[in-house]
Write a protein that binds this ligand. Structure first.
Ligand code: EPU
Length: 413
């Protein structure tokens, strides 16, 4: 197994481009089962989770062709039973449920895999489908049967995945549906926009309350995957922690307000339409209080980045509350403490007192946590070894090479 070897203290300079968002790509690939026509996705990232989602689509009969960042998906399903060995590869496999039940009126999905960031129940997905009249059973396999019928459903929490599944179920349901308290993350909005281009009838795109009139058929589409806001935030955090001047290109700053507000208070940040420039002395400061919550508030996916910046800050205290995934704070805090960080975790709250970090051997236990450890290692004095980088590869395209291009001393060994 390969590790990252990072020698901290090297400043980062130059330009770096952001690729398409993993979580957008997964939702759009999942929704591709809604039509047999060709869907062409541009700006599709070359990362392990997307490769696995493509594998899943192929395993149930879709034809998927990839040429660089363009992915073409066509044809119908030959089976509605998803193989267990493929479903377990990624959490995103759950995003097949809504579309498959809408078009094929049945689907069997062994419980999905994914990062060990918390319990990750599926009750909202399944209860929402039941409210649409779908018969649902869930043991170690989720089985859904029956054509969705228009209904009203209020999500008890604005879950990203449940919103995506329910929207996909409603666009080809019989009749009219009302979904309340939907997630409004940019990746969810992109899915809604793609479905409208395919002929779906959705009122309220981008808002928490949607009115959807089911149609009988959806057509093919060409669609651009939105830039990955978490990757953009990772590059910005790397520059913030290491110091230097970095331009992050091909990103969408308007999707990143909560994170940029945090950076603005501590670094010189200039925001352009599709780019962000950061200048940092490499000595971050404390950040006050950060609370994770659904969009447009501070994203849980950027919490690990903020935790590392707070841990290596120049004194001062930061308090972070992780309200979505219970393990995310604890795992990374333990690892950062190996680098000398002063973090006390109690339940969903971490109190971080900034201090100088030193290199250590640490282990990435989830995707974003792994990126957070890389950020801390770029700031730390001396050498760090980051294990478990297979988690990082699930969502980042060659993170080490990208940072190396900016001047980081990071290698895979
Ligand atoms: N939840 C439930 N029941 C459900 C669904 C969710 O209780 O039926 C809870 C979860 O346990 C969690 C909260 O609701 O506490 C939010 O979960 P959500 O459903 O919004 O997350 P998700 O759809 O499983 C997506 C992203 C995650 C990202 C979250 C939050 C994909 C494939 N994954 O997950 O991305 O952290 O939304 O924004 O879109 C990542 O990229 O590393 C990642 C984990």
């Amino acid at each position: 197994m390969v590790d990252y070897i990072v020698n901290g203290g090297k400043r980062l300079n130059g330009e770096i481009s952001v690729y398409g968002a993993k979580n957008c790509a997964l939702a759009l690939l999942g929704a591709s089962v809604l039509t047999d026509d060709e869907i062409i996705l541009r700006n599709c990232p070359s990362i392990v989770d997307v490769d696995n989602m493509i594998l899943l689509l192929k395993s149930i009969g879709k034809t998927v062709l990839r040429s660089g960042s363009v992915v073409r998906i066509s044809g119908g399903l030959t089976t509605t039973r998803i193989p267990k060995n493929i479903a377990s590869l990624l959490r995103g496999s759950a995003l097949i449920l809504g579309g498959a039940v809408a078009k094929y009126n049945e689907i069997e999905l062994p419980l999905p895999g994914g990062c060990a960031i918390g319990a990750r129940p599926m009750d909202i997905h399944l209860q929402g489908l039941e409210s649409l009249g779908v018969e649902v059973s869930c043991t170690d396999v989720v089985r859904c049967n029956g054509k969705p019928k228009g209904a009203s459903y209020k999500l008890r929490f604005a879950s990203v995945g449940a919103t995506e599944n329910l929207v996909c179920a409603c666009v080809m349901a019989k009749g009219e549906s009302f979904l309340y308290n939907c997630a409004t993350e940019p990746e969810v909005v992109a899915l809604e926009e793609m479905l409208v281009k395919m002929g779906a009838k959705i009122n309220g795109v981008g808002t928490p309350d949607l009115q959807i009139v089911g149609v009988e058929k959806l057509r093919g589409v060409e669609f651009d995957i939105i830039p990955d806001r978490i990757v953009a935030a990772t590059y910005l955090s790397a520059a913030a922690a290491a110091g230097g001047n970095v331009d992050v290109l091909n990103c969408c700053p308007k999707h990143m307000d909560a994170f940029l507000n945090l950076l603005h208070t501590r670094f010189k940040v200039r925001v352009f339409e599709n780019a962000i420039r950061i200048s940092s002395s490499g000595q971050p400061n404390d950040y006050g209080k950060i609370i994770t919550a659904p969009y447009p508030f501070f994203p849980t996916d950027m919490q690990s980045l903020a935790l590392s910046l707070a841990a290596c800050s120049n004194g001062g205290q930061t308090v972070i509350y992780e309200k979505l995934f219970e393990n995310r704070l604890r795992h990374n805090s333990e690892e950062l403490c190996r680098m000398g960080a002063n973090i006390v975790v109690e339940g969903d709250k971490a109190v971080i007192k900034g201090r100088n970090l030193n290199g250590a051997t640490v282990c990435s236990r989830d995707l974003r946590g792994g990126a957070g450890l890389v950020i801390a290692a770029l700031n730390a004095e001396g050498q760090s070894v980051i294990k478990g980088i297979q988690h990082i590869d699930r969502g980042y395209y060659r993170l080490a090479d990208c940072l190396k291009d900016l001047g980081a001393d990071i290698d895979e060994k």
